[in-house]
Design a protein around this ligand. Structure first.
Ligand SMILES: *[C@@H]1O[C@H](CO)[C@@H](O)[C@H](O)[C@H]1NC(C)=O
Ligand SMILES: *[C@@H]1O[C@H](CO)[C@@H](O)[C@H](O)[C@H]1NC(C)=O
Length: 462
């Protein structure tokens, strides 16, 4: 019994495949209307001036991103006839209702068609209307105009690398610093010895005082890892300054992103205190040795490719080659414990002047993404556009100097100069200026300095 049934099955299968062999792709394909390709009507067979009597698989005209047929065979299953086949070729009404479709710029689009308007997707609904999403966009023409028309002291622009992203995307992928916990916030502040009438210069630029030791801004891409970028940036400058230019490493944010994983979330955000702990205890290699590879949004976490071990005397050495065959130098750079400065403008200035760039958290609002030049302060341009347009998130940056400008009304506008991590095409060559002395966007809330761990043997011998 069993073998017989098996034979029967085999025979049935063979018959089935023989039968399907003669059925063409065209016959097996679902009808255009069954897979949602509707049309508002339009002229297809008519425009192509084709009507084929009998079967002719070549009797087609382009139809959206596929083909439709103008031969009699298409009517067999009411499957792939062009919308005007019945009327134009047979002179009878189509056996289905005409979908209304949607109009745009003088063209008609079928139900289900889509187009993108900045960060919102618009879809042609069955009712014949475009239905668009309603996200707040990261680049918003109205806001850019409002900033530039207003008298805010800075200019806004439309960045093509941000176009099409939502504000939510910007906050989710372009920032990436967790607000310091209350314990960390309460870290003892280091006070500078300051004479109350000590005079500080009106302008200061770390790159002018320490030429060749202040590193250019990097681009974090869609990796919410500003915690690693700002830490590596400040440590790079500090190590260069404290070794008097004997070492000028550009430290690797990727090393932190991939290896400092305890309570850290890589490209989904991280803590500054954790980053400094890692730099002190484990150290990192240069960006050249361990290049940045996580610029895509939501990358799978990349495994740590660099480890170090102690060599005694507080120093460490790499136990792996650079994850990049072009570079052999895999020295490990470390820092001393980071220290928190007070939020006093003058103390921050003095620290910058004496020891080099500092790290600061920054509360990033919607208008900051559009910053082009000038002295930034958060503007009220998005007020009245609803809460969706006023979301903000925590970021961290490297403060590199300060200055002041006289406004047309004679008032003095003081500012900080800081490096961001959105590449050098953003802002003023990757930098921005922001109002100083009023804790604008919390830039003076949590400011951190550090010493590079530089030993005698790292110093110039002379
Ligand atoms: C085309 O198909 C429709 C619906 O099945 C049918 O009513 C009509 O008679 C067919 N026309 C021709 C010309 O075969
Ligand atoms: C912004 O830039 C994008 C691409 O670079 C462009 O398509 C868009 O029209 C611009 N928008 C505005 C409001 O200028």
């Amino acid at each position: 019994m069993r073998p017989l049934r098996a034979l029967l099955c085999l025979w049935l299968l063979a018959e089935a495949s023989r039968a399907s062999r003669v059925r063409t792709r065209r016959e097996l394909a679902p009808g255009l209307y069954e897979h949602g390709v509707y049309d508002a009507g339009g002229s297809y067979c008519q425009r192509g001036d084709v009507c084929c009597h009998g079967r002719d698989d070549a009797c087609t005209v382009p139809y959206h991103d596929t083909l439709c047929y103008c031969d009699l065979f298409c009517n067999r299953t009411v499957s792939d006839c062009c919308p005007d086949f019945w009327e134009y070729c047979l002179g009878i009404p189509a056996p289905f209702p005409k979908a209304p479709g949607c109009a745009r710029a003088g063209r008609s689009y079928p139900t289900g068609a889509t187009y993108r308007e900045n960060c919102n997707l618009c879809t042609c609904s069955p009712g014949g209307q475009w239905q668009c999403e309603d996200h707040a966009c990261l680049m918003d023409g109205e806001l850019i105009d409002a900033v530039n028309r207003g008298d805010y002291g800075w200019r806004a622009t439309n960045y093509s690398q941000f176009w099409g992203m939502t504000l939510e995307d910007g906050i989710q992928f372009r920032l990436g610093t967790f607000r310091p916990s209350p314990t960390v916030m309460n870290m003892n502040e280091m006070h500078m010895n300051m004479d109350s009438n000590e005079v500080l210069p009106r302008h200061f630029d770390a790159a002018a005082k320490w030429p060749g030791m202040i590193h250019e801004p990097l681009d974090q891409g869609n990796c919410a890892g500003s915690w690693a970028f700002s830490t590596a940036a400040v440590a790079s400058d500090r190590i260069s300054i404290h070794s008097m230019g004997h070492m000028t490493p550009a430290l690797s944010p990727q090393n932190l992103l991939s290896c400092d994983t305890r309570n850290q979330r890589g490209c989904s955000g991280g803590r500054l205190d954790g980053a400094w702990w890692y730099l002190r205890r484990r150290g990192v290699v240069t960006d050249e040795c361990y290049p940045f590879t996580s610029q895509e949004s939501r990358p799978a976490a990349q495994p740590c490719m660099m480890h170090s071990r102690s060599t005694g005397r507080g120093k460490r050495q790499a136990t792996a080659r650079c994850p990049n065959p072009q570079t052999h130098a895999n020295e490990i750079y470390q820092s001393t414990p980071a220290y928190r400065l007070s939020s006093s403008e003058k103390e921050i200035m003095k620290e910058l002047l004496e020891n080099g760039p500092v790290q600061a958290i920054l509360e990033v609002h919607e208008d900051f993404f559009m910053y082009k030049s000038g002295i930034y302060r958060h503007t009220p341009v998005a007020e009245g556009k609803g809460p969706k347009h006023q979301r903000h998130g925590t970021h961290s940056v490297k403060i590199t100097g300060w200055g002041e400008e006289q406004l047309p009304d004679g008032q003095i506008q003081k500012y900080w100069t800081a490096a961001n991590s959105w590449g050098t095409a953003w802002g003023e060559g990757g930098h921005f200026r922001i109002t100083r002395g009023v804790n604008e966007c919390e830039v003076e809330t949590f400011v951190v300095g550090v010493w590079g761990r530089v030993s005698m043997e790292d110093m110039p011998h002379k």
